[in-house]
Ligand binder design. Structure first.
Ligand code: CAA
Length: 264
């Protein structure tokens, strides 16, 4: 792989988009490599993924403007589909993916972060959808995911004005869950991933599927989705062991754990 690196540390994989000369912008080659990297993840070993960008300036500065500049209508639509297919693969990937946004997350960069389950960022992160300034709409899911993640009104303001927002504003509107000093970001992301990885893996996957599929359904159907996934956990080793373990230790004063999300 030329532009995407993947390193496993125990049950956590760190995927890094590594095209620093172009601030990690997404051209076709990067998108193909990103897709192949997710395909190659060993889901029997890896239980949580951290996705970040190389360097301390940019997560991903968008889709590659040079590559897009001469596209025809048909090619533009195909390029949108290419990005959407990869990002949907990430969004529906069975294992949780945490975006560690280490700088610019513009256009396709913000769209990539939004296709992850959880976003945390560095203090220097900048988010935005600058597309209308380039004469295009967001094309890798931005019009859909931003409206769902923040609110339609906030998404429309960000997209129509093409004004970027800083990390503190991204935190205020719920686009990211936490903001860290740049030098702490990756360790914090790995720590969160390791915390997820130590939980029952089939249950964690079930939660991701239940939340994702439920959000696309009406409440009655969504609750049926949850019931089926909930039921599917029973009789499993993790359910039997997890509950027996709780019952054996029921006098343990530490059994109720309250965590501060910032230091989860
Ligand atoms: N595509 C291609 N190359 C890019 C790029 C992009 N999206 N973003 C940055 N680069 C390249 C620059 O061309 C430059 O390359 P050279 O050194 O060869 O000239 C290099 O990265 C460094 O960039 P700058 O010199 O511009 O760095 P800066 O610190 O002055 O500015 C920036 C940083 C504000 C992020 C600026 O680079 C920028 O505005 N980039 C474009 C951001 C953008 O508009 N993204 C949205 C793209 S459209 C999209 O993503 C559509 C979609 O929804 C799918």
């Amino acid at each position: 792989m030329e532009f995407v690196k993947c390193e496993a540390e125990g049950a956590v994989a760190v995927i890094t988009i590594d095209r620093p000369k172009a601030l990690n912008a997404l051209n076709s080659a990067v998108l193909d490599e990103l897709s192949a990297t997710f395909d190659a993840i060993d889901q029997n070993v890896i239980r949580a993924i951290v996705l970040t960008g190389a360097g301390d300036k940019s997560f991903v500065a968008g889709a590659d403007i040079g590559e897009m500049s001469t596209l025809s209508k048909e090619e533009g639509e195909a390029f949108g589909k290419k990005g959407n297919d990869v990002f949907r693969k990430i969004e529906t990937f069975p294992i949780p993916v945490i975006a560690a946004v280490n700088g610019f997350a513009l256009g396709g960069g913000n769209e990539l972060a939004m296709s992850c389950d959880i976003r945390i960022c560095a203090e220097n992160a900048i988010f935005g959808q600058p597309e209308v300034g380039l004469g295009i709409t967001p094309g890798f899911g931005g019009t859909q995911r931003l409206a769902r993640l923040v609110s339609p009104g906030m998404a429309k303001q960000i997209i129509y004005t093409a004004r970027n927002i800083k990390a503190d504003e991204a935190y205020r509107i719920g686009l990211v869950n936490a903001v860290y000093p740049q030098e702490e970001l990756l360790d914090q992301a790995k720590k969160m991933a390791a915390g997820i990885a130590k939980n029952a893996p089939i249950a964690v996957r079930g939660c991701k599927k239940a939340i994702n599929d439920g959000l696309e359904a009406n409440m009655d159907d969504a609750l049926v989705i949850e019931e089926k996934i909930f039921g599917g956990c029973f009789e499993s080793y993790d359910q039997r062991e997890g509950m027996a373990n709780f019952l054996r230790k029921k006098d343990d004063p530490n059994k109720v754990k309250v965590v501060d999300f910032k230091n989860a």
